[in-house]
Design a protein around this ligand. Structure first.
Ligand code: PGA
Length: 222
């Protein structure tokens, strides 16, 4: 099984998000070897979820973050309990959150625990094979900081070595994705690698045509 997850970051209005999913959804056929997911900002989640459900499209929906706390006096946060009806998965510990918002491994661990309690799948971003991976986590994304948004991806061979090392340390059943400047013209080279189970895609997930091309590239090897 190969994963293709779009991370829109702080892009797209609600209307733009709906247009994207309405363009992709009807043409996406369920493929046994591939799981497609999209992670819009919080505001667009309810509409995206609804569109996917009504259309019965094979797209999972995820958030880009979650509160480390339960429901309560945590201004600005969104509790996992409230995300539960809207999402299947949630990105946690993206390097932008670690660097710009000073998130620590301890905080990320708490977020993962909150997600697991609510039955939401965490997708934990790690920067190398040394980053701690919280207990219970089944999907991680190796995203080297130099490759994010830079147009300078890691090499597929090196990404595979890191993915392999992560699996050796934390268990071969772990799903390991690669993220960082993935585009339609390099997607295949990554997912062809033995230990890379899919892609986490930022910039290239914003455009329907480019994202579709990535899905096709991944389908060709799965
Ligand atoms: P990018 O971002 O594909 O734009 O490099 C990847 C990510 O940050 O998840």
């Amino acid at each position: 099984m190969k994963w293709v997850i779009g991370n829109w970051k702080s892009h797209k209005t609600i209307q733009e998000a709906i247009e994207w999913v309405e363009e992709i959804g009807p043409h996406l056929e369920k493929h046994p070897g591939i799981e497609v997911a999209v992670c819009p900002n919080y505001l667009a989640l309810p509409d995206i979820r609804k569109a996917v459900q009504v259309g019965n499209w094979p797209i999972l929906v995820g958030s880009q973050d979650v509160s480390a706390f339960e429901i309560g006096a945590f201004t600005g946060d969104v509790a996992a309990t409230y995300l539960k009806p809207l999402v299947d998965l949630s990105i946690v510990g993206h390097s932008e959150r670690r660097n710009l918002f000073k998130e620590t491994d301890e905080l990320i661990e708490k977020k993962v625990q909150r997600l697991l309690v609510e039955g939401i799948t965490p997708v934990v971003c790690v920067q190398d094979d040394q980053t701690p991976i919280p207990e219970g986590c089944q999907i991680v994304a190796y995203e080297p900081v130099f490759a994010i948004g830079s147009g300078q991806p890691d090499t597929p061979q090196n990404a595979n070595e890191v993915a392999k090392s992560i699996k050796q340390k934390h268990g071969s059943e772990l799903v390991v994705l690669y993220g960082g400047s993935v585009k339609s013209d390099n997607a295949k080279a990554f997912v062809e690698q033995s230990d890379i189970d899919g892609l986490l895609i930022g910039g290239a997930s914003l455009e329907v045509e480019e994202f579709n091309k990535i899905i096709e590239a991944v389908k060709s090897v799965s």
